[in-house]
Design a protein around this ligand. Sequence first.
Ligand code: BG6
Ligand code: MG
Length: 215
Amino acid sequence: MKHKAFIFDLDGVIVDTAKFHYLAWKSLANSIGIDFTEAQNEQLKGVSRVKSLEKILTWGNKTLTDDEFMELMSRKNEDYLEYVNRMTKDDILPDVDRVLDFLIENNCKIALGSASKNARMILRKVELINKFETIVDGTNVTKAKPDPEVFLKAAEQLNVNPEDCVVFEDSVSGVQAANIGNMISVGIGEKAFLHEAKYIFKDFTEISFDFLKDL
Ligand code: BG6
Ligand code: MG
């Protein structure tokens, strides 16, 4: 393995929480009379909670007071956490364990790079928190993806150069962040959305040990 460090996004890469974010945003948007499509949802992947609500309000042509805005943000998160609270380690996406364990056995450094403020809690719930040497999440960054801050911080904490990092991402903004940060981007999901990634796989079941070794 030429690359020394592997940075994983969380939502939609390690666990299927992307669909919970979608359901929670959809019901929130609909409750204030705004339509919300899956294509719009694609634009929210990797985007912080505040920015996501701002985008939804722009699409719906709606303005709110600061108090109303805060109220909706917490309502969305409460709704989202109801789904998350039911999660167990069975909700880890297929073959994520296999890939993580292979990388760890081969002495690679593993980090999490997520926009979510719920990241640590989710990793604890699915019993993966101990596999990560460092975690950079929505509580540690000021600039949202596609800004590479989250990944650059992870590289710095792992003490490796950005060029020596590989990033696994399911969002367009996350793939862009990895590319801007001079890291190797591996898109997890649909080619139609993730074509800017250096490599694209539908999920981790398609990622072979040979591919990882050659990286
Ligand atoms: C990202 C998700 O990982 O985290 C986004 O892709 C989400 O959909 C963002 O909005 C922030 O997450 P949270 O859990 O702090 O609301
Ligand atoms: Mg994601």
